[in-house]
Design a protein around this ligand. Structure first.
Ligand code: AMP
Length: 291
């Protein structure tokens, strides 16, 4: 695996790959890698001939300098993991390499970046959309891979690619989960032992919703009530988001569910917010780690 720190060197190599007709896959991340990130890499490796895996903690998507500086970083370990999985290129630029002084141009959205998580973290999705637009231009990938776990982000990327005609295919990858069903996340390691145990209430909640949906329940009010009831059993967690949204447009759902729908959950344990999602009717769409 080759590690690139500069846009120029990465582009020189990718130009040669493109001349040879190689299909290029792109996996953007902020590092501190876990099984979920490696699942994205494996999806890219399975369908592309070159995989560019980016590790870049993007200051423009953090709402405070403190969150940015305290974000976990483990580049040496991450690079070893990527080499083991068989990734071709790791792109790990510095902040200065990506954001030159005087940067003024941003990608923003009218609605999608301002609801749910966007409402809680003003400016977050603007930073996400802008770094993705920039790296789509730098890399010129054929496909880019994103986790369904961050469902709002996935919807935002799809929308941006459609609206601005980026020539890249966006691939959504099912959520990778710890053996107890909690979605793999670098944030899990920041939880206290009690909170990590309590977090199991999140998959319990969407599973209860799924059982009811499977049995034929289509009232969004009733399904949300069940999700809330399960989450409220665990007093350590504070419910921050519990919502049903259209899978394609992210619009609010009608009282009677008729179209493909996703349940979005965000629960805070102490200082740590965990997020999860479940597409109603898609019982088999998770990958469980064996560790
Ligand atoms: P992050 O480094 O947190 O910005 O995440 C980088 C990418 O990994 C995003 O596309 C996330 O949706 C994806 N991701 C994070 N956790 C998981 C998971 N448990 N399963 C699948 N993809 C994930």
């Amino acid at each position: 695996m080759i590690v690139f720190n500069t846009i120029k060197n990465l582009q020189a190599t990718l130009t040669k790959d493109r001349e040879k007709g190689k299909i290029i896959g792109f996996v953007p991340t902020m590092g501190a890698l876990h099984a979920g990130h490696l699942t994205l890499a494996r999806h890219s490796l399975a369908t592309c001939q070159r995989t560019v895996f980016m590790i870049f903690v993007n200051p423009k998507q953090f709402c405070s300098d403190e969150d940015f500086s305290s974000y976990p970083r483990s580049l040496v370990k991450d690079v070893a993991l990527l080499a083991k999985v068989g990734v071709d290129y790791c792109f790990a630029p510095s902040v200065e390499e990506i954001w030159s002084e005087g940067h003024e141009t941003f990608v923003d959205m009218d609605q999608l970046s301002r609801v749910l998580l966007g409402k809680q973290r003003p400016g977050h999705f603007r930073g996400v959309a802008t770094i993705l637009a920039k790296t789509f231009n730098i890399i010129g990938a054929n496909k880019a891979f994103f986790g369904e776990k961050d469902f709002q982000q996935l919807i935002i990327v799809r929308r941006m690619v459609k609206d601005l005609a980026f020539p890249v295919e966006i691939v959504g990858v099912p959520t990778c989960r710890d053996p107890d069903g909690v979605a793999s996340s670098s944030r899990n390691l920041l939880l206290t032992a009690e909170d990590r145990k309590a977090a199991v209430v999140i998959p319990q909640s969407w599973r209860a919703v799924e059982r009811l949906y499977h049995a034929g329940e289509r009232s969004s009010k009733r399904l949300l009530e069940v999700a809330r009831k399960v989450l409220e059993k665990e007093k350590r967690g504070k419910i921050e988001i519990i919502d049903l949204r259209n899978v394609e447009t992210f619009a609010n759902v009608e009282e009677a569910i008729k179209k493909p729908t996703v349940l979005i959950l965000a629960v805070r344990f102490g200082k740590i917010q965990l997020i999860d999602q479940h597409i109603l009717g898609s019982n088999a769409s998770c990958i469980y780690t064996t560790e």
